[in-house]
Design a protein around this ligand. Structure first.
Ligand SMILES: C[S@@+](CC[C@H](N)C(=O)[O-])C[C@H]1O[C@@H](n2cnc3c(N)ncnc32)[C@H](O)[C@@H]1O
Ligand SMILES: *[C@@H]1O[C@H](CO)[C@@H](O)[C@H](O)[C@H]1NC(C)=O
Ligand SMILES: *[C@@H]1O[C@H](CO)[C@@H](O)[C@H](O)[C@H]1NC(C)=O
Ligand SMILES: *[C@@H]1O[C@H](CO)[C@@H](O)[C@H](O)[C@H]1NC(C)=O
Length: 603
């Protein structure tokens, strides 16, 4: 080349040299601009509305909790997908932080002040029920000052960061009862409660002494704690392989459910009000209420009929409250009403006792067949007409009738065999059983081969898990040996598999992902969804669901989505507009990691 240029110079072909030089320059420029992964020409479309969007991969994102296992081939895939012109959704969205005094702990469907103000009655706790704002709010909840990655389980059962849930009302209000104490940067939970005068462990033993057949962790596996306070009852029963759905409303017991979840104890916001609880019929092995302030006999006995609905036939209700053991007029009156009501629904007293510490309880058992109902003198409350009774438990008014007991009714296999045995509520079709076992195997293999080892998730930082659409609960079942728990969510618009979840000894609720969930912000470490979004988007925007996921997920938390590649691309763009780091695996799994980023605020 040098030689030929020399010759050209000698031959005085200057215009040709200039032309050649120009060509080389042009080609070089062309190669540079097409090879680089940070195309200056594409940048503006990304940065236009989200000023601080990190540069596209393969550069690592400047997130505090980066733990992505980088795989060159995977990263290349992500890179090329950034060119997808039809997946710009979310990137055009300008995120704003929620404002107002409630913003940090915002729960859209429970904090709808306008709707609550307009209520005509509060007599039956209507003001603690759900009223979802329309359209769904699109703001992002701000972080409390000084928010940190939560204390790890099992230490978290006893202590959490004060800064994460900086609420002191219960410290003061329940001081004598030892619910929660402040100690420097921590809140401590000594295991006290209204009825746990000698500690919750003592109380748990006291129950079993009264009714040994309960068999914590074997015969009795899934229980419901109504009006749970800070959920110490459920928290300590975990030691006995019992999983408790603890619930209470968002009320003057400030942040009780937020404390429970920050402690790593399963809990949800709900209330015995005018509507059914979001659980299926015959779900719980045992229901517990320790001074839970529900007027069981009020409202025509509907609250107790609701417990009867969700209690498994042969299951028990433990009522630990002053009418059982105090003699003043009011308590005596309530006791009398309770006797009449429980007899009318054929509940049998199987234990009643008083403790040396000055508390007492009564234990009722639900019948295992409908025969007693038929032999009552009066059909009151009436048996439900199963043809007209609503099948759903989602914005469904409380029944005023006794739900029927399934004819083929037996108690589940003892835990832990129960987890993978044929669920009682599965269709009797042998094909259904085959599908169930196949599903269990599928999830067991997928979790072992992909989720645990290959997605770059550090499972030792994961305690509160939500499976957003569970099917038969195979995901939760496959994780059952890890020190975590799973809230299993069954979509109200899909097949009703929630009875199977409870039959297996797992917990869950119904929900519609086009609305916000009854939980506090930052309460889950990991969210999982498998082919959920395709179904949701017939009714609402993917963006609605992602905003809600951002609310629920704690900073540093992880989202795992299994879906088709078009959906994953769409989600990835939204995740990245939220400054989450993302990685794609096998064109089938998208992992998103939320950081501490929030939009600029003018708070
Ligand atoms: C006195 S505390 C008892 C807490 C706990 N069971 C204990 O013994 O420490 C009353 C609890 O009942 C809850 N509660 C009040 N009304 C309720 C309702 N209608 N449905 C469910 N829970 C209710 C309160 O939020 C609170 O958690
Ligand atoms: C990267 O991913 C590809 C395709 O999924 C896989 O074959 C390969 O083994 C992975 N490499 C590493 C280092 O994980
Ligand atoms: C996972 O997290 C734990 C606890 O934070 C930490 O000790 C451990 O080193 C992490 N493991 C990996 C592989 O990053
Ligand atoms: C999703 O939609 C498909 C097809 O409409 C349906 O078969 C499936 O049961 C739905 N799944 C859920 C979880 O709703």
């Amino acid at each position: 080349m040098a030689l030929s240029v020399n010759n050209l110079v000698k031959l005085r072909k200057y215009p040709f040299i200039a032309f050649l030089f120009f060509i080389i320059l042009f080609v070089t420029f062309f190669i540079l601009t097409t090879n680089t992964s940070q195309p200056p020409l594409r940048q503006p479309s990304v940065t236009k509305t989200i000023p601080t969007t990190p540069s596209p991969l393969p550069l690592p994102l400047p997130l505090p909790l980066q733990e992505t296992v980088s795989n060159d081939s995977t990263e290349t895939v992500i890179n090329s997908e950034l060119d997808d012109s039809d997946s710009g959704e979310g990137l055009g969205y300008e995120w704003k932080v929620c404002t107002g005094s409630l913003a940090v702990d915002y729960i859209p469907c429970l904090d709808n002040r306008k709707a609550i103000k307009a209520l005509r009655s509060r007599r039956h706790m209507e003001h603690r029920e759900r009223y979802c704002p329309k359209p769904n709010p699109k703001c992002l909840v701000p972080l409390p000052d000084g928010y940190k990655v939560p204390v790890h389980w099992p230490k978290s059962r006893d202590m959490i960061w004060f800064d994460n849930v900086p609420h002191l009302k219960l410290v003061e209000y329940k001081k004598e009862q030892n619910w929660v104490k402040r100690s420097g940067n921590y809140l401590l939970f000594p295991g006290g409660g209204t009825q746990f005068k000698e500690g919750v462990n003592h109380y748990i033993q006291y129950i079993e002494k009264n009714l040994p057949k309960i068999g914590w962790g074997k015969r009795t596996r899934v229980i419901l704690d109504v009006g749970c306070g800070v959920a110490s009852f459920g928290g300590y029963l975990l030691d006995k392989n019992v999983i408790t759905m603890s619930f209470a409303p968002k009320d003057e017991h400030e942040a009780q459910i937020q404390f429970a979840l920050e402690r790593g104890i399963p809990a949800t916001l709900s209330v015995i009000g005018t509507q059914r609880l979001t659980f299926p019929d015959n779900a719980f092995d045992l229901i517990h209420c320790a001074r839970c302030r529900v007027h069981w006999d009020g409202y025509g006995g509907k609250p107790l009929l609701e417990l009867n609905r969700v209690l498994r036939p042969g299951g028990v209700f433990i009522w630990s409250a002053t009418p059982v053991y105090r003699d003043d007029e009011r308590d005596k009156k309530v006791w009398k009403a309770m006797v009449a009501l429980t007899e009318s629904i054929c509940w049998k007293v199987v234990a009643k006792s008083f403790d040396s510490s000055g508390i007492g309880l009564v234990i009722y058992e639900k019948p295992v067949s409908s025969s007693c109902y038929k032999s009552r003198k009066e059909n009151n409350p009436p048996l439900c007409d199963e043809n007209t009774r609503p099948k759903t438990s989602w914005y469904t008014p409380l029944d005023g009738c006794i739900s029927a007991i399934p004819i083929t009714n037996t108690w589940p296999t003892p835990w832990p065999q129960r987890l993978n045995s044929k669920p009682l509520s599965l269709s009797t079709d042998p094909e259904a059983e085959r599908v169930f076992h196949e599903d269990t195997k599928h999830w067991s293999e997928l979790v072992t081969n992909v989720y645990i080892g290959s997605l770059g998730v550090n499972w030792s930082n994961v305690r509160n898990v939500m499976d957003m659409n569970v099917g038969y609960g195979g995901f939760a079942a496959a994780l059952s040996d890890l020190p975590l728990w799973v809230m299993n969510i069954v979509s109200v618009n899909g097949p009703d598999t929630l009875p199977v979840i409870f039959d297996r000894g797992l917990i869950g609720i119904y929900h519609d992902w086009c609305e916000s969930l009854n939980t506090y912000p930052r309460t889950y470490d990991l969210l999982h969804s498998s082919f959920l979004f395709g179904n949701v988007t017939h009714r609402c925007d993917v963006l609605d669901v992602v905003v809600e996921m951002d609310r629920i997920l704690r900073p540093g938390g992880v989202v795992i989505v299994e879906d088709n590649i078009q959906m994953l691309n769409k989600l990835k763009h939204i995740f990245r507009s939220l400054h989450w780091s993302t990685s794609l695996h096998q064109q089938r799994f998208l992992v998103g990691r939320k950081g501490f980023w929030r939009p600029e605020t003018k708070r």
